[in-house]
Design a protein around this ligand. Structure first.
Ligand SMILES: Nc1ncnc2c1ncn2[C@@H]1O[C@H](COP(=O)(O)OP(=O)(O)OP(=O)(O)O)[C@@H](O)[C@H]1O
Length: 132
């Protein structure tokens, strides 16, 4: 038996798979409600998906766009998670390590956003130019 399985679980921890799924869904709802940037990326993703159906992309092109969308949303969730943990640890105090951690997490979002922009331009750019 793995060490993790033998560990006594706290009252509030997941006991069943369906509880883990419900908590994960609650996490998505929370990040959507609390993070303005996450909401912005969700609505941008919707616009891209609508464009995708309108432009009749191949499934490979659609898959690349989907990958880019989920990559940015995932990075945004990780960024928010790190922000919450840092705030939990520092409260209202300024700390140079808190700054480093938050800035680096924000840097991750920036990197994924840049890559998503490149993927978007390469896939959607030529088709939009054709239409215009
Ligand atoms: N406790 C702290 N100590 C030092 N610097 C901090 C601290 N909290 C925040 N900062 C600095 O302020 C910046 C913004 O932090 P904040 O918590 O407001 O993130 P945010 O604006 O909510 O991020 P996002 O726009 O991604 O949601 C951080 O990137 C960091 O440079």
């Amino acid at each position: 038996m793995a060490l993790k399985d033998r560990k006594k679980r706290s009252r509030w921890q997941n006991r069943h798979f369906y509880q883990a799924v419900i908590h994960a869904m609650a996490g998505l709802v929370t990040v959507y409600q609390e993070e303005r940037n996450f909401r912005f990326h969700c609505w941008s993703a919707l616009v891209v998906l609508v464009l995708t159906t309108y432009l009749r992309l191949s499934w490979q092109e659609g898959l690349w766009l989907l990958l880019a969308i989920f990559m940015v949303l995932g990075a945004e969730i990780l960024n928010s998670t790190i922000e919450n943990i840092v705030d939990l640890a520092t409260g209202d105090r300024y700390h140079p390590l808190a700054k480093k951690a938050k800035d680096m997490a924000a840097g991750l979002v920036l990197l994924t956003a840049w890559l998503a922009t490149i993927i978007g331009i390469v896939i959607l750019g030529p088709k939009l130019i054709q239409i215009l």
